[in-house]
Design a protein around this ligand. Structure first.
Ligand code: MEV
Length: 328
């Protein structure tokens, strides 16, 4: 059997927690329904434990400071602008919901580190937010209700992306595949067969907000774009039935359909198309972009024995990093 090449992402060193208040969240994959989920359709998503974000709380020197690896500036609880503003908002919200008055707090330092590349469709912003909220609840010894976590993280995501269906926070805090619909609790999907997935990074980066805006503008001016979005919206229920029936060939076909629809909406790139096609040529049942698009990753569903060839072909098509994951 061909084995995937040493996956670069797994070689990243993960920061270790240094204090009792630590929280973690995973990366995420969307198998069906991105963008359509913003308009109330269901999506199917899963955590990607090969990549994760970590937050930990330690005694600080003055007030509450939030720092994140890769950002030189720190945030405080007063921060309302800049890249760390969503994290400051999540921290304010979490403290308020725990009934903690920030003025009465001892100095605290909330630190964040993540192996999830930003702008790659892997849920990086949702994961750091979920990790931060989990760390704060853990530090103060409060039980964290999943609905509260989802509400806090979705509000923070709205600051980052302009709008958020909540699928990313739900997926990065899940323990397995979920069906997600905006405003509803995530529904776990029971699997009787493992999914072998190869995730390949195009190296192209794109923020979520402009892609969500692009879709909104397209459906406002073009009835064909609306039809494409509606067609994307009915893929998730069909995929859920195929998953429950362990019909992985059908799941793959639906992933190909999803990629084609997303591409029609202008969300793919030549490199993503080439990587998806390379995965199919190497024997994957299906391959699609995952997340908001405009760059980021291709996720391919493959028979286990083809995983190595699929990884290799995607690398030859230009993937800058490849990892393999099995669910469950
Ligand atoms: C991003 O991972 C998924 C989108 O559907 C946005 C959202 O649902 O919040 C593009």
């Amino acid at each position: 059997m061909n084995t995937p090449q040493e996956p670069e992402w797994l070689a990243f060193t993960e920061a270790q927690p240094e204090a009792p208040g630590d929280g973690r969240a995973f990366g995420k994959l969307i198998l069906a329904g991105e963008h359509a989920v913003v308009y109330g359709h269901p999506a199917i998503a899963a955590p990607l434990p090969a990549l994760s974000a970590l937050a930990w709380v330690v005694p600080g020197e003055e007030g509450v400071r939030i720092t994140s690896e890769g950002y030189s500036e720190a945030a405080t609880l007063e921060t309302r602008q800049g890249p760390l503003a969503p994290l400051a908002e999540a921290a304010r919200d979490a403290l308020a919901r725990m009934g903690i008055d920030p003025v009465a707090l001892p100095p605290l330092h909330i630190q964040l580190a993540s192996t999830i590349p930003a702008g790659s469709g892997l849920g990086s912003s949702a994961a750091v937010t979920v990790a931060l909220v989990r760390a704060l609840y853990q530090f103060f010894g409060f039980p964290l209700d999943p609905t509260i976590l989802q509400e806090i993280a979705t509000e923070a995501e709205c600051i980052v992306h302009g709008t958020s269906s909540g699928v990313d926070p739900a997926a990065v805090s899940a323990t397995g595949p979920i069906r997600f619909r905006k405003g509803e609790a995530p529904h776990p999907i029971p699997l009787t067969t493992s999914l072998h997935l190869v995730v390949a990074d195009s190296g192209e980066r794109c923020a979520t907000a402009p892609m969500v805006r692009k879709v909104r503008e397209a459906i406002e001016r073009d009835p064909e774009a609306q039809k494409t979005l509606d067609a994307l919206g009915v893929i998730a229920p069909r995929m859920e039935s195929a998953l429950v029936a362990s019909d992985l060939a059908a799941v793959g076909t639906l992933m190909n359909e999803a990629h084609a629809g997303l591409a029609r909406l202008g969300l793919s790139t030549p490199k993503l198309d080439a990587m998806a096609q390379a995965a199919r040529n190497a024997g994957a049942w299906g391959a699609k972009l995952s997340g908001s698009g405009g760059g980021g990753v291709i996720v391919a569903l493959t028979p286990r024995e083809k995983a190595g060839a699929v990884a290799q072909q995607m690398q030859e098509a230009g993937a800058t990093a490849v990892t393999y994951t099995r669910i469950p």
